[in-house]
Write a new protein. Sequence first.
Length: 175
Amino acid sequence: MNDMAQLIEPLIPALRRYARALLRDRVAADDLVQDGLERAIGRWYQRRADGNARSWLFAIVHNLALNRTRQSSRRGPHLPLEAAEGVSCGTPTQEEGLKHRDLVRALQTLPEEQRSVVLLVSVEELSYAEVAEVLKVPIGTVMSRLSRGRERLRLAMEGATVAEAAGAPHLRRVK
């Protein structure tokens, strides 16, 4: 434990400078460094004993910064709570409530493998690679299940019948 502190502590100022250069936001950079240090300490046993602790720590901070950048690009701009004065979330309209109910019902009708992928990617915001690792399937399988699941949800939300949403062929009666 003492060895870890002696290796990490002198690197903190450099990590902070690097994080500030990456994020251009002092508070976010400090949060990033804290998260990086927390990850490094929690996974210290994974560090190669003959490896360079400095490059390992910088790699952790760099990867966390990339993840945050990707995450913020998906989520849109961040609005601090202080800047949100006067903004009201309000109660959802009746129509929004009905859409939410319909979406939950449509999700429940998806096959388990599609529902899992849709939820992990869309709700939990895992990357395709992370979902593949969680579900122990190839990335291509994740992408095809996600595509099919989203299409079924779209059809269900547009009011398609269960057979259409399931991809059943259109049959017509011949007299």
